[in-house]
Design a binder for this molecule. Structure first.
Ligand SMILES: *Cc1c(COP(=O)(O)O)cnc(C)c1O
Length: 219
């Protein structure tokens, strides 16, 4: 894998309004630095401890995104530095993020994860629950957390039509919400295997890991 070439390829290939989140989970700092030297500044991780170790060691102009399922009791470790939490799926979690952001005198941006995949294993909520959260009095009172968009993961399948219909559905939901809540600006959908479909369906952020850094080795 030529990490530097891969970053350059994605940067030239993706439309200007689509941000590249380089998903570096399980990868060593040397690999992240290769991407960094090729100009990449947004990195995504799915474990808070691992992300925090990397944040401590790597350049401070990196934007760190948490893309995995977030446990409430660990929010405090990333609250000092995280730029975007992609997979928020409850008001309870938002409350915790607000509390920890406040302690750090920051505002933390979040995306609400919508469940679009068929599989049961994928986390997320539906459009009604998103509406409930955004309309709640509790959310209105939170001064240190801001929902800036939606995130979703398509079913892991070779059936491109199914993936396309799931992404289209999410884009439709996103457009409807954006009319009501103009602060929702980001739509995070698309990974190594399906980012082209996500771009075609109007994503604003793609989360690409293995096609940049190579296959992951879980030991
Ligand atoms: C690992 C991960 C990705 C990247 O997956 P690849 O297929 O390696 O591009 C994207 N999004 C989330 C939420 C992930 O956990």
């Amino acid at each position: 894998m030529d990490i530097s070439e891969n970053i350059k390829k994605y940067k030239s290939e993706l439309p200007e309004n689509v941000k590249l989140v380089a998903i570096s989970k399980t990868k060593p700092n040397e690999d992240l630095m290769k991407a960094y030297h090729a100009g990449q500044r947004i990195f995504g991780e799915n474990k808070i401890q691992e992300m925090t170790d990397k944040w401590e060691e790597l350049p401070k102009d990196i934007e760190w995104h948490m893309v995995g399922h977030t446990q409430r009791n660990k929010v405090k470790y990333m609250a000092p530095y995280v730029s975007l939490i992609h997979a928020v799926d409850s008001l309870k979690l938002l409350k915790e993020v607000n509390k920890r952001a406040k302690q750090n005198e920051r505002t933390i941006n979040c995306l609400l994860q919508i469940k679009i995949a068929e599989e049961d294993s994928k986390f997320g909520i539906d459009a009604d629950e998103v509406k409930e959260i955004l309309n709640s009095e509790a959310y209105a009172k939170m001064e240190n957390v801001k929902v800036v968009g939606l995130m979703g993961m398509a079913t892991f399948t070779d059936d491109q039509d199914q993936v396309r219909s799931e992404f289209k559905h999410l884009k439709t939901v996103f457009d409807e919400f954006r009319d009501l809540y103009p602060e929702l600006k980001e739509l995070s959908m698309g990974m190594s295997g399906d980012y082209e479909i996500a771009v075609e369906c109007g994503t604003t952020m793609v989360r690409i890991g293995s096609s940049i850094f190579g296959e992951r080795n879980y030991n």
